[in-house]
Design a protein around this ligand. Structure first.
Ligand code: GFB
Length: 390
């Protein structure tokens, strides 16, 4: 896995220069008609890792739909993880990372036909993609005047800049490029494919396509297949064996941009400690694991406030950070939180939502899972309980 990750850098993406011969025929049909077709996608740049995991589920649903309604076999190309805004270690190269660095791709493949981008290149060669579709909202003004929630799409003038180079790959080109105003669920993308008849297509701003049925059977089937990689599980296990042999509560404190993005959901450090202590007393637990994106100073401050309780935080050593990067360290935090006796997350954080889902998959009692911090002096509502559906 590591080797794949290290070898897989944008500049070195292995591209098979051999183009399939269009003229090659099989029983009168182009041989290309017998080959699988591919959907690639990308997401709005500033979006974080855990929203992107959700967009994958929507696109996987779409691929399932395509494989039901189309004569061709459709495969989803996993978009490489590329320079996310929240990955703050500036000394690390965090470009074009394969999913196998973070996920057990074999497990994903059991639920959905997917390939990594470099596998797609091996099959497609340098052939330009048949279509690039940039999804965009319908005009918001008209939406306010005439609220219209119907599913719809139409080819339109491009509102914003169209992405010329995905993931810094100048060898990924397109035969045609268009913008489509889109409102609806991800299976509606099938109508666009039906219209364009591409063999290969890339959707940009795939986050605009919504879930067919959020929290339904298909959602959970795909979600369950998104297991983290064995290497990351192993590191989390070692940390737990060393530090968390007893019952522990996990607190996910999302701070940084949430401090101004969602100020009423983020308590002060002092009040965070108060809310944690209240639970520790109630549950008779003595140990806290903290997952957070905040500064070392605030972590130390929290540790002091939490005394006499023991507080642990995962600190990656150099080797772990170099191998698994900021994304891997965040996942290790999530794994440890998903196995805690009790979890308190940050309201509205998709990082916390994904931990809650993982705990549902493990079948942990719901009262230990769907809890979040409240802002200072605010009586807040607790998170919606999205229960697993088999
Ligand atoms: O995952 P994410 O989409 O969750 O983005 P939100 C937050 C990122 O911050 C994570 C880091 O993917 C990590 O890289 N991070 C947050 C953490 N909490 C932790 C933690 O406990 N441990 C570690 N190691 N890293 C959304 C963003 O964030 O917030 C949107 O996706 C937007 O782009 C919005 O900024 C306001 O849902 O919390």
């Amino acid at each position: 896995v590591l080797l794949t990750a290290i070898q897989f850098r944008c500049s070195k993406c292995a591209v098979d220069n051999r183009l399939l011969d269009e003229e090659e025929t099989l029983a009168g049909h182009s041989i290309l008609d017998t080959l699988p077709r591919y959907v690639l996608y990308d997401v709005n740049k500033p979006e974080g890792f855990n929203l992107r995991r959700d967009v994958f589920i929507r696109m996987a649903s779409f691929i399932h739909h395509m494989n039901k309604v189309s004569d061709y076999q459709w495969i989803l190309v996993l978009p490489p993880w590329h320079r996310l805004y929240h990955w703050r270690s500036s000394n690390l190269v965090q470009d074009c990372l394969p999913w196998s660095l973070f996920f057990n791709v074999d497990s994903i493949k059991k639920s959905t036909p997917v390939v990594e981008l470099h596998e797609f290149f091996q099959m497609n060669g340098l052939r330009p993609l048949d279509a690039q579709v940039t999804l965009q909202d319908f005009n918001v003004k008209s939406f306010e005047q005439y609220p219209d929630f119907s599913d719809k799409w139409e080819v339109a003038n491009c509102k914003d800049r169209v992405q010329k180079e995905f993931w810094n790959l100048n060898n990924l080109t397109f035969t045609k490029s268009l913008c489509i105003s889109f409102q609806g669920i991800s299976t509606l993308l099938a109508d666009i494919v039906q219209e364009l008849q591409p063999r290969t297509i890339i959707f940009d701003h795939a986050e605009l396509a919504l879930h067919n049925y959020y929290g339904g059977q298909e959602y959970w089937m795909i979600r369950k297949s998104m297991q983290f990689s064995k290497n990351l599980h192993e590191i989390a296990k070692e940390f737990k064996n060393r530090n968390l042999k007893q019952d522990y509560l996990c607190a996910h404190l999302r701070r940084r941009d949430f401090l101004y993005g969602h100020p009423s959901d983020v308590p002060s450090i002092n009040d965070t400690a108060r809310q944690i202590k209240e639970k520790l007393i109630l549950l008779n637990i003595k140990t806290v694991f903290v997952a957070t994106d905040t500064s070392k100073t605030e972590v130390e401050e929290l540790k002091n406030y939490l005394q006499p309780y023991q507080m642990f935080k995962f600190e990656a050593d150099k080797k772990t950070l170099n191998n698994f990067l900021d994304g891997g360290v965040a996942i290790i935090d999530q794994i440890i939180c998903s196995q805690a006796n009790y979890f308190i997350g940050t309201s509205k954080s998709t990082f916390s939502f994904r931990i809650q889902e993982e705990r549902e998959i493990f079948g942990l009692p719901i009262e230990t899972t769907f809890n979040s911090f409240c802002g200072d002096n605010i009586e807040c509502t607790q998170p919606t309980k999205w229960r697993l559906v088999e």
